[in-house]
Design a protein around this ligand. Structure first.
Ligand code: BDR
Ligand code: CA
Length: 313
């Protein structure tokens, strides 16, 4: 029987690759997408999810969720992903078809429908999950796994608040609620993402192999690839796809560390930082399994399959 997977996402160029990876995988059944604001506004992230489903001819429910962080407004990441989140390309018109239920309610609903089996993968700010936890505090007991892309576990972030990673920095209060509620979180942070960069020229050669999906992905990622080349050198980093690889094939994790992690909620430069008790001094429960290294060959295979360049894994 396939494993039920629910993906909360704010597409987003790297979210798109993660979604393509999940839909290509034979072991999971993606039961729904729940959508957050983050990389760009909710209207765009929702339209992008629908657009992506249209490319692959898939019809899972899309539930729009939080349009803003729980407490304080936050800046988006349009400078990386384009103003519409998909590189300002309008590859195809999105269909109408947003499901009626709010994303937070949908998370609770699917967790009950697949009690004890649902695997939840969070690829954006944790706002919908925090709202779901308010609706159903028993949620952590209902789901089988929680995989989160977020954080910078030794303080090398990717936002203007230097130690802060985007997903956590966008909504620190939501992250706080989530990280204090779950006692088992598989975490893929920004620093793991940096360690799993691909050679950009090679990634571009993959995209040039062509096909409907690779062509679509090449088109939405033009601006992001240019941004990476200018800002980060010759590596292609795909944070959400790495988190999805961990979610889909956790046996590919070759090094990880169990530690307590807490969210910093204040400070001009530190709001949204993820503070890890590396030396185990604080006595807080060790709720995070921090992924340090993922098997290289498996990572590359899953990426190529996401782009439909090879047969399914
Ligand atoms: C995360 O932030 C977003 O911009 C990406 O989609 C990813 O989820 C990386 O920090
Ligand atoms: Ca994302």
């Amino acid at each position: 029987m396939k494993r039920p997977l629910l993906i909360d996402t704010d597409p987003g160029v790297d979210d798109a690759l993660a979604l393509l990876m999940a839909f290509a995988h034979p072991d999971v059944d993606v039961v729904a997408l729940t959508i957050a604001a983050g990389n760009v506004g909710l209207e765009h992230t929702t339209a992008n999810a629908l657009r992506l489903l249209e490319w692959i001819g898939c019809d899972v429910p899309v539930h729009a969720g939080a349009a803003r962080p729980l407490v304080r407004p936050a800046e988006d990441a349009a400078f990386v992903h384009g103003r519409n989140g998909f590189g300002d390309t309008g590859l195809s018109r999105s269909r109408d078809g947003v499901a009626a239920l709010h994303a937070a309610s949908a998370i609770c609903d699917y967790a009950q429908r697949h009690e004890g089996r649902l695997e939840l993968v969070m690829l954006g700010p944790l706002t919908n999950l925090a709202l779901a936890l308010h609706l159903d505090p028993a949620l952590p007991r209902r789901i089988a796994r929680l995989v989160v892309m977020g954080g910078a576990v030794t303080g090398r972030g990717n936002t203007s608040r230097l130690p802060v990673e985007f997903n956590i920095g966008f909504d620190p209060e939501a992250a706080h609620v989530a990280f204090e509620s779950f006692d088992r979180i598989e975490l893929v942070d920004w620093e793991a993402t940096l360690r799993h960069g691909l050679d950009l020229a090679e990634f571009e050669a993959w995209l040039a192999e062509g096909g409907k999906i690779a062509d679509a992905y090449r088109s939405i990622s033009v601006a992001t690839r240019r941004f990476m080349l200018e800002r980060r050198g010759d590596r292609w980093h795909a944070a959400d796809a790495l988190a999805m690889a961990v979610a889909l094939e956790p046996e590919g994790v070759v090094a990880s560390a169990g530690r307590a992690l807490r969210i910093c909620l204040d400070g001009e430069l530190t709001r949204g930082a993820t503070l890890v008790d590396w030396d185990r001094r604080g006595g807080h429960p060790e709720q995070c399994r921090i992924v340090l290294q993922y098997e290289e060959s498996r990572w590359r295979r899953l990426l190529r399959t996401a782009l439909r360049l090879d047969a399914k894994p």
